[in-house]
Design a protein around this ligand. Structure first.
Ligand code: ARG
Length: 612
């Protein structure tokens, strides 16, 4: 057992039962790290206060009774003391910590536990095809990828679902634009290199030729970060009105949706380009998504009519003003009336919500998810809650907990959404390129001795690591400022700082010329003991991220570990340690720290360069 809090829990529960009776055997002793400003103890048990009422005795008395039953010489606890209103202050035996650290050093999993097995479906990244991924998608991609890495490390079965926005009326105008510029033209190639420009060009043509005055009526605004989806009528004006782009685009939507082979071929072509584009982004960023994980909106098409029919038959959906809607009392608007979830528009078209109904049903009934995570922007929360509540009423969620991992905004240093001067959203590629360039400057300055090739590879790891860490070190639902200077700093709570820590330890180890670093770890100095104790927290922290879905807890832990290591390294000479056993022990502490940092960064999706 390398988890001190768990070991203490078992031990204090035993004492509880001995002191108060067997019925308290399962009571939670509430073990927490001790407040270092109040005590030198390692942990605190707050059970006595929590139990006082139920037991009917004052907390201090209960605490004392428990303390009396903890034999100080049981191999785990060195001392126990009752403090304040009834806290139990617990200090671990240093040799227990050393043994646990040796165990962790030898453990391939570096202490990461295997909690009860789960099937976890993770919907993340999920950009909109034929539109450039922007900084909002960067964050859903980075946070989602860290969560899947963490879940897999904990032994869960992870099913990635890249819910690509690959369907909808925008494809009408994209196909018509593709036909106009020519399928093999340079403009068509933009889909692969700069999809945003392609989309913008198509959009401009559409807007310029769109004369329908009442366009608003058919527009379903789904807040998709900063984009809007304009959903037009599938049964629009007849095709063929010469030269009218908007008319042709609308007609194309209808032929595409009715299964026309030529329209389908053009759609597939656009999707091929798009896949090439997003795969390149994933490769650059070191994201674990592959083509096998694609499960775009279009893949649910065939189910949408049935979804609507079933909900109507069950009385969950009703026709209102020609549209099929789900009204739920739990979701009311300003007028206290239920807000409709529209699942079939009056023109017969289906929307984002219809697809998501089919999606949750698939994830629960077909994939048997224990948890279904949706790593998506916070503004979509109401949408998801309404969809899931409706699906639940239909019996489509069985044994699955759907969870919206809400992603906050990324803003510029001026506090506003990142945009270019012309008002467009800043593209993800632009941000990544800027970070890489800045990282190259940093490495050029810090390591002029290295070859250009070595520098380029380090700069890539550092630039990507910096972006990811900035995304992951703040809680996923709060906004953060995209500030290249801050995130690339070698000092402070940054990715490069942690990467540098791993590289520095590597260089210490290589200077030691030790063939094998396996200790044993012996703890004599307080800084050695503190470092070992902190290292033991790694497994519990990873498990906690798996539970809470908050990677920033891991980031905070790694930063604290790196700081604890620095204190150790300042006070405890490693290479110059006189005694061979002390040197071996400290080298082992270095090696274990590096293992934990490298593994922890890996769970965040961040690489550790060999040198920096
Ligand atoms: N494509 C959507 C967007 O860009 C995100 C999709 C999220 N997943 C889902 N099942 N709705 O905002």
């Amino acid at each position: 057992m390398t988890n001190p809090a768990l070991a203490l829990t078992t031990r204090v529960q035993q004492a509880l039962a001995d002191a108060l009776g067997p019925q308290w055997r399962e009571a939670d002793p509430v073990i927490r790290p001790a407040n270092k400003r109040q005590t030198d103890a390692d942990f605190q048990a707050n059970a006595a206060m929590a139990l006082a009422k139920q037991v009917g005795r004052p907390p201090r008395e209960i605490a004392q009774a428990i303390a009396d039953r903890i034999a100080p010489d049981d191999g785990l606890i060195a001392s126990v003391e009752v403090a304040g209103p009834g806290f139990l202050n617990l200090t671990l035996r240093t040799d227990w910590i050393a043994a646990a650290a040796n165990h962790q050093l030898a453990d391939e999993r570096v202490g990461i536990p295997t909690p009860e097995h789960q099937i976890v479906v993770v919907d993340y990244s999920s950009p909109n095809a034929a539109k450039e991924m922007h900084v909002g998608h960067l964050r859903t991609t980075v946070v989602g990828d860290s969560l899947v890495r963490t879940m897999e490390a904990l032994g869960h079965d992870v099913i990635r679902q890249n819910h690509l926005g690959d369907w909808g009326t925008a494809f009408g105008m994209l196909i018509e634009h593709l036909l106009e510029v020519g399928e093999d033209s340079d403009e068509a190639k933009l889909l692969e290199t700069d999809p945003n420009s392609f989309y913008r060009a198509a959009r401009a043509k559409f807007d310029a030729s769109d004369v329908r005055p009442e366009a608003g009526q058919d527009q379903e605004q789904v807040r998709v970060d900063d984009e809007e989806r304009v959903v037009n009528s599938a049964k629009a004006e007849p095709a063929g009105s010469a030269g009218d782009f908007a008319v042709r685009a609308r007609a194309r939507v209808a032929t595409l949706q009715s299964g026309d082979a030529e329209s389908k071929r053009l759609w597939v072509k656009i999707m091929d380009f798009t896949r090439t584009y997003i795969n390149r982004v994933y490769r650059d960023l070191g994201i674990t998504l592959t083509d096998d994980d694609l499960r775009g909106e279009s893949s649910y098409n065939d189910e949408l009519a049935e979804v609507c029919d079933t909900l109507e038959a069950k009385g969950i959906a009703v026709v209102s003003d020609g549209a099929l809607c789900v009204f739920q009392d739990e979701f009311t608007g300003r007028d206290d009336k239920p807000v409709p979830l529209i699942i079939r528009k009056s023109d017969g078209g289906y929307g984002y919500a219809t697809t998501d109904l089919a999606t949750i049903r698939h994830r629960s009934l077909d994939l048997h998810a224990n948890r279904a995570l949706y790593v998506v922007g916070a503004p979509q929360n109401l949408h998801f809650r309404m969809v899931w509540a409706a699906a639940d009423k239909a019996g489509w969620i069985q044994g699955t907990e759907p969870i919206h991992v809400q992603i906050g905004n990324v803003v510029g240093t001026d506090g506003k959404i990142l945009r270019t001067r012309s008002g467009d959203l800043i593209s993800l590629q632009f941000l990544v390129d800027s970070a890489l360039q800045r990282a190259a400057e940093v490495v050029a300055e810090s390591r002029p001795d290295l070859s250009a090739e070595e520098r380029a590879s380090i700069a890539h790891q550092v630039g990507i690591g910096a972006i990811k860490y900035a995304d992951l070190s703040v809680s996923h639902d709060s906004g953060y400022t995209f500030d290249l200077d801050r995130m690339l700093a070698l000092q402070g709570n940054t990715g490069p700082y942690l990467q540098y820590a791993t590289a520095r330890i590597r260089s210490i180890l290589s200077r030691a010329d030790a063939v094998e670093v396996n200790g044993p770890i012996i703890l004599t100095e307080p800084d050695e003991r503190a470092l070992a104790l902190r290292l033991l927290d790694f497994g519990p922290v990873v498990a906690e991220v798996g539970e809470t879905l908050e990677p920033h807890r891991l980031a905070a832990y790694l930063y604290d570990l790196a700081t604890t290591f620095t204190a150790f390294y300042e006070h405890c000479p490693v290479l110059k340690a006189e005694d061979a056993a002390v040197r071996d022990s400290r080298l082992a502490l270095c090696a274990l720290t590096r293992k934990v940092l490298v593994k922890g960064l890996d769970l965040l999706g961040i690489e550790s360069p060999d040198q920096m």
